[in-house]
Design a protein around this ligand. Sequence first.
Ligand code: XIL
Length: 374
Amino acid sequence: MRYKLFCSPKTLAAALLLVTGCVAPSKQVPAQQIPSLKDAFKNDFLIGTALNVAHIQERDQKAAVLIPKQFNAATPENIMKAEHIHPEWGRYDFDMPDKLVEYGKKNNISINAHTLIWHSQMPAFARRMQSVDSFRTFFNEHIKTVAGRYKGKVQSWDVVNEALNEDGTMRRSPFLQKLGPDFVTEAFRLAAAADPQAQLYYNDYNNEQPAKRAGCIALIKKVQDAGVKIDGVGIQGHWHVGRVPFQHIEESIEQYAALGIKVAFTELDIEVLPRNFQGADVNQRMQDNPGLNPYKDGLPDSVQQQLAKDYQQLFELFLKHKDKISRVTFWGVTDGDSWLNGWPVRGRTNYPLLFDRNYEPKPAFYKVVATKRK
Ligand code: XIL
């Protein structure tokens, strides 16, 4: 007896493989069935992301759907940094930051403004300035004008970014050299005057590491002792797969909270590619070599699983201390957006976030959401 095939032999073979379980079905989950991070953690802390220009202008159409579904907080990745918002003496460019504020309003996303005082991505005119008086005028005017523009419109400000060295001493930035060590306190005083409602944060990387943390605690106490408002500390959270410093992070949450301030994780990503230094100094670079980009054709399963495990453990820790944590922000929406594709070596393929290059949730995403089900 002969049977007539109702489909091509190739399709039949594929169907047989699927039903016998020899081939995993496509991992793509229908969009309605994908859980939402912001909903999962709604009683715990805000869930944020970093936005680039294409996100803000809603030119990235897949991101335009994904962002409001997954996130209730956002930080501009670049557009509020001084070199963009204050490109020339007396000239400010508020176009894109205004759009960001509108975008936040429309999508119920609270904005963490980033950042007022930082030695990197400074405008050329300020970098070249020799006169202390002119530099002080730039410092005062910049904070007053920028924080004043967004008064009542942003939820928080990273007032000062990365003022510390790894040993906890103050970085020899133009701010320290021209204005002296009190510039941090002054920046907070000016920001509080310009926008009394905004939550004011000091932000840094590696400030969960003991020596830098001690310097950070001293710096925060100094601001508090001057009677100046400071509401929180941002731990950037640029970590490496398999080497997330969980114990230092937990000690830091406890010690910072003991100062009476909130802790935010402000730029979270867990990179998977080789590095020969720790930290996130944007001016530091690594010499390129062919071995530094091992996963350009895909992430091996073992690394994917380790990444998922690290994210799970991290969120378990965050939940344990949710009373002390105001926000957890990822530095980018998908792996394709991540700055770690271009830093500290250009042109690499990195996988540090919860959504892949196709805007699909990764195993780490599901592990993070599952921490709520325990
Ligand atoms: C990075 C951006 O992601 C890049 O697009 C830019 O080229 C350099 O800066 N610490 C910070 C962030 O506070 O502002 C940095 O963002 C990453 C390190």
